[in-house]
Each structure stands twice: as structure tokens, then as C-alpha cells.
Design a protein. Structure first.
Length: 204
């Protein structure tokens, strides 16, 4: 798979092609997963958080990407929690949970055991102030705690029946962590980009 870089010299199409756009999305996500073997917010992470909702118009997403996410869940879930708190670990876990939650919502229509495990892993890494640790790089994605918190909120709200399940089970620890996340998001967004993310999260 070759993903050409953007160029001012590249020609433009005479009409929009959903097939070409779809292929670009599929190829970019597959190429990243294959080459880098990690979940990234700006490629396969975004693919899995957005592409499943397009199933009615574009058909089901690439099943191989869900398989990759499940394999990453096994890998990340076996990491030492202190190690997972460093670098891009929290961002990878949050996008992992969000991607699997979107798949459950829009492709299968039911909560999977993998999504449940991913959400529990995500909240196990949450900091006391309600968000997650971030790497100081590649703004405004992994480097932005507010961004990660909004994606975590979307994952939590999107997973079919997950919140209802922990409420029924009386899981006070997880319910308290969700409450901390809500309190954090109710603080002033740090920038206009954060405000757009808050609107997106609020839609869930």
C-alpha cells in the first residue's frame, strides 16, 4: 500500500468519488497498523472511531482493523500499569476502547467482551483530576488531555448498554470514575478546538 503525500501539483477530480475516498481511508488505516503495530489517534484510531458509523452508506468497515484492535487489547492489557501510563499508552488505550465501542454500536449492535475489557482498562489509567496522562508531542492529539477526555467520554457513552450494566451491578468505583470525567469536562475547555470536541462528546 502506498499513500501519496499531499502535493500542490496533484490534479483534482472532476467529481466526488466515495469509492476513492473509502479506499484511501481503508488503505491508510491498514498501512499504519501493519507498519507501526500500534494505535494512533490520527490514523487507525480515527478510522475506528468514525468509519463504523458510516456503515449504512459505505458498508461494513474493514474487519481486519477490528482484529488488530483486539490483538492490541491483549498486548496493552498485559503491560505493567505504570509502564502503560507513560508516553502514548493512555491515548492508545482510549482510542482502542472508542474504536471497539463504535464497532459494537454501529456494526454488531451489541456490547462485546472486548469492549468491556477495553473500557475497564481505560478507566484503570484515569488520573484523579478526571482525565489521562499525555505525551508532550503531536498537538493537539496525544499531547492534549482534554482531547483524550472527550474521546473517553464518547467511548463510554457509545458502548451499547455498558453504563447501564455497571449501574445495575452497583460498580461504585467505575461510576465514580465516570463522574470524575464528567466534572473534568465541565471545566472550561482549554481552547476552541476543545470546544468542538466537547460538542461532539455531548452528542453522545
Amino acid at each position: 500500500i502506498v499513500i501519496p503525500a499531499a502535493s500542490a501539483d496533484e490534479g483534482t477530480r472532476d467529481s466526488v468519488s466515495l469509492d476513492v475516498a473509502k479506499k484511501y481511508l481503508e488503505d491508510a488505516s491498514t498501512a499504519w497498523s501493519g507498519k507501526h503495530q500500534c494505535i494512533s489517534c490520527h490514523t487507525n484510531g480515527t478510522y475506528m472511531t468514525v468509519r463504523p458509523s458510516l456503515t449504512p452508506s459505505l458498508g461494513a468497515p474493514n474487519g481486519a482493523e477490528r482484529t488488530f484492535f483486539v490483538n492490541q487489547l491483549k498486548k496493552l492489557g498485559s503491560e505493567n500499569p505504570k509502564k502503560l501510563q507513560r508516553g502514548t499508552g493512555p491515548a492508545q488505550v482510549i482510542y482502542l476502547a472508542a474504536g471497539l465501542a463504535e464497532w459494537d454500536k454501529h456494526v454488531t449492535g451489541s456490547l462485546s467482551p472486548e469492549t468491556d475489557r477495553a473500557l475497564r482498562l481505560m478507566f484503570s489509567l484515569q488520573l484523579q483530576h478526571g482525565s489521562w496522562g499525555t505525551e508532550d508531542c503531536w498537538p493537539p492529539y496525544e499531547s492534549d488531555a482534554y482531547h483524550l477526555a472527550t474521546v473517553a467520554a464518547m467511548a463510554t457513552a457509545t458502548a451499547p448498554g455498558w453504563v447501564e450494566g455497571i449501574e445495575k451491578a452497583g460498580n461504585s468505583q467505575l461510576l465514580n470514575r465516570i463522574d470524575q470525567l464528567k466534572k473534568y469536562l465541565r471545566s472550561d475547555p482549554p481552547h476552541d478546538y476543545g470546544r468542538t470536541l466537547l460538542l461532539w462528546a455531548n452528542a453522545r
